[in-house]
Design a protein around this ligand. Structure first.
Ligand code: 5GP
Ligand code: ZN
Length: 136
C-alpha cells in the first residue's frame, strides 16, 4: 500500500527522482538531501509504514540485510572510519517524515557530528523497576 500524500512513498516508488544508490523489490536506498556527513543515506521501504510500530516482520528482517550491504559498500567506496544506523520514531524522537526509514550515516574522524546520547545514571533498584514494568 502506498500513502497518497507521502513524499517517501513517491520517492521509494520512483515517482519523485532521487539519488538512488540501490533498489530492490522491497526497498530503495537514497542519499539524504540534508546529509549529516558525506554519504548519509536512507533506506526506504516501498510499502508504506509510518514507523517501527507499523512495519511488517518481513520488512523488519529485510531492512537490516540491506543496511549491512550498504554499510559495507559505502565504507569501501568512501573510506569512512565508522558507521551509525539511526532510526527515529515519533516527533519526540526526532522523526520528521512519517514513512519508516533507516538512516545510514558514515562517520569520519573529526567530522564534527554528535549522534550519540549523553549517558544518564540509574540505581540497581531503578533498573529492576523498569525491567519489571517492561516484562511483567
Ligand atoms: P527523520 O528526521 O524523519 O528521521 O529523517 C528525515 C530525513 O529525510 C532527514 O535527514 C531529511 O534531510 C531527509 N529528507 C527529507 N525530505 C527529503 C527528500 O525529499 N529527499 C531526500 N533525499 N531526503 C529528504
Ligand atoms: Zn509512505
Amino acid at each position: 500500500m502506498k500513502k497518497e500524500d507521502c513524499i517517501f512513498c513517491k520517492i521509494a516508488n520512483g515517482e519523485i527522482p532521487s539519488k538512488t544508490l540501490y533498489e530492490d523489490e522491497d526497498f530503495r536506498v537514497i542519499l539524504d538531501l540534508g546529509p549529516a556527513t558525506k554519504g548519509h543515506a536512507l533506506i526506504l521501504p516501498k510499502e508504506h509504514a509510518a514507523n517501527i510500530y507499523e512495519i511488517t516482520d518481513s520488512q523488519a528482517a529485510k531492512v537490516m540485510v540491506v543496511a549491512k550491504k550498504m554499510a559495507a559498500l559505502i565504507t569501501e567506496k568512501l573510506q569512512c572510519d565508522g558507521f551509525n544506523l539511526v532510526q527515529n520514531n515519533g516527533e519526540t524522537a526526532g522523526q520528521t517524515v512519517n514513512h519508516f526509514h533507516l538512516h545510514l550515516i558514515p562517520r569520519y574522524q573529526n567530522d564534527g557530528q554528535k549522534i550519540l546520547w549523553k549517558p544518564g545514571e540509574a540505581s540497581q533498584e531503578e533498573l529492576e523497576e523498569v525491567k519489571r514494568q517492561i516484562t511483567e
